[in-house]
Ligand binder design. Structure first.
Ligand code: FAD
Ligand code: NAI
Length: 475
């Protein structure tokens, strides 16, 4: 028998895992969390927070903020009568600031583990079997016993065959967040979330950015009118070169940089660049977990199969976050982590996957929740639309940032809100109101009756709800 026994052992300390561990411990369960050295610091100490804190959400938003300020200093200050000459970017300082934020947050989770009495087990976790009613998990040669195991091993970047990533010249998200200088010419494969966010960062800092996308449609998951507006702003106003419907045939690297051969229709083309970001999606990570040893079921795409409560096919084994089907978003993983801990403690946990918001942190930001107009059309649902441009909002005018709109979709019969789509400044914050409304099955009329502070960007949500009933007051 092992001398390390726990009620709950969580494998992986990303947003899904660390939240599951903290909540389980709050509920009085003896809890441990295993984290490998994937993101170890230079001294080899385990860093918590997974992809999100180390090479994902947080560092990317830090760089987006720095590059946006640089962009504003160069292009927006003058309309306020502010002149800023010889604005320069010191990439090393910008990256150091990002690294400090990452350090602060990752060590903060160690503090939260201490506060909540979660035992951190540094090492790689692997199922080795079951004894009576307990799971046996190996961590660096030591056997840990657990009544419940929560698998939260996350995801890793998908790489393309024949395109080796060295994270210096050809980069996935890890390298793309740590460039030591602004590349003169930056190539990006994949016009998804990472391609657009990190492409924007380096474009604002001065790179010539070309994004090559396999699909013929731009931002296919977003509402079409939002995607159309985003296309216009990114390509025409901001100068991001985006080519859709390409077929990459060969990527070669040499002293002069990277050469990407691709087909566009019948034409053979070549893109020469100094650095390349490959951002073509992520894949669930279960390598070395011992899934086959214990018979943990994975689907054909490698995700762990779970039910609506994140139970796997094995008794008392749960899985959350990027390693299970669904959007690969930190907040979705965190919600699942809370649900699983509460279910283990005998409570009734739930996650409403219909109200998980999406945000793309470009400028303008893009955010949505619920159904798109094309999804409603395809489903034959009758709906009404209310759409208000930020150009009709006093606060947006004051801020000098009037791009975009708020679009609300409501059921034609019940008026229940079915989807809200925003492109514009602060969309990431504005979407929260729509999420609350939809979580509580609110109607557009409910939003119309709520007093919104003036002057705020949130008034566009109010006006959009009024517009559903064709009675906007300021447009
Ligand atoms: P992960 O965060 O991947 O964590 C899994 C952890 O498990 C890792 O620390 C890994 O080392 C560890 N691990 C794996 N196997 C083992 C093992 N056998 N033993 C021990 N440890 C193990 N999402 C958002 O919601 N908003 C954003 O703005 C956003 N921005 C992003 C930007 C980028 C550039 C990227 C790449 C992703 C971004 N995401 C964003 C997605 C978000 O990072 C992920 O959805 C989230 O991190 C998933 O959490 P997770 O806990 O499931 O897995
Ligand atoms: P993505 O799925 O968002 O986009 C990948 C893009 O690459 C797609 O448009 C796809 O059609 C394209 N593609 C695939 N193969 C290709 C090929 N061979 N040639 C050219 N294009 C190709 O994936 P991305 O951007 O890598 O991000 C991974 C995930 O990380 C996201 O899906 C999201 O879940 C998460 N993320 C979330 C963020 C946020 O919430 N703001 C920010 C960044 C990442």
């Amino acid at each position: 028998m092992s001398n390390k026994q726990f009620d709950v052992v969580v494998i992986g300390a990303g947003p899904g895992g660390y939240i599951a561990a903290i909540r389980a411990a709050q509920l009085g369960l003896a809890t441990a969390c295993i984290e490998s050295d994937s993101y170890a610091d230079p001294k080899g100490q385990v860093r918590l927070g997974g992809t999100c804190l180390n090479v994902g959400c947080i560092p990317s938003k830090a760089l987006l903020q720095s590059s946006e300020l640089f962009e504003q200093a160069n292009h927006s200050f003058s309309m306020h009568g502010i002149s800023a000459s010889s604005v320069k970017i010191d990439v090393a300082t910008m990256v150091k600031r990002k690294d400090n934020i990452v350090d602060q947050l990752t060590s903060g989770i160690k503090g939260l583990f201490k506060k909540n009495k979660v035992t951190l087990l540094p090492g790689f976790g692997k199922f080795i079997g079951r004894e009576e009613d307990r799971w046996l998990v190996d961590v660096n040669g030591e056997t840990i016993e657990a009544t419940h195991v929560v698998v939260a091993t996350g995801s890793k970047p998908r790489h393309l065959p024949g395109i080796p990533v060295d994270n210096i010249t050809v980069c996935d998200n890890t390298g793309a967040l740590a460039f030591d200088s602004v590349p003169k010419r930056l190539g990006v494969i994949g016009a998804g979330v990472i391609g657009l966010e990190l492409g924007s960062v380096w474009k604002r800092l001065g790179s010539e950015v070309t994004i090559l996308e396999a699909l013929p449609d731009f931002l296919g998951a977003a509402d079409h009118s939002v995607a159309k507006e985003a296309w216009k702003v990114f390509t025409q106003r901001q100068g991001l070169a985006i080519q859709l419907g390409v077929n990459i045939t060969k990527v070669s690297t040499g002293k002069k940089g990277v050469s990407i051969a691709y087909e566009l229709g019948d034409e053979a083309k070549v893109l020469e660049c100094d650095r390349l970001i490959v951002s073509v999606g992520r894949i669930p990570f279960t390598a070395g977990l011992g899934a086959e040893t214990v018979g943990l079921a994975l689907n054909e795409r490698g995700y762990i199969v779970v039910d609506e409560n994140c139970r796997t096919n094995l008794p008392n084994v749960w899985a959350v976050g990027d390693v299970v089907p669904g959007p690969m978003l930190a907040h979705k993983g965190m919600e699942e982590g809370v649900m699983v801990a509460e279910c283990i403690a005998g409570q009734k946990g739930h996650v409403n996957h219909d109200t998980v918001p999406w945000v793309i942190y470009t400028h303008p930001e893009i955010a949505w929740v619920g159904k798109t107009e094309q999804q409603l059309k395809n489903a034959g649902t009758e709906y009404r639309v209310g759409q208000i441009p930020f150009a009709a909002n006093g606060r947006a005018l004051g801020q000098g940032d009037t791009t975009g709109f708020v679009k609300m979709l409501a059921c034609a019969k019940t008026d229940r809100i079915l989807g809200v789509h925003i492109i514009g400044s602060n969309a990431s914050e504005l979407i929260a109101e729509a999420v609350v409304a939809m979580e509580f099955n609110a109607s557009s009329e409910d939003i119309a009756r709520i007093c919104h502070a003036h002057p705020t960007l949130s008034e566009t949500m109010h006006e959009a709800s009024l517009a559903v009933d064709k009675r906007p007051l300021h447009f």
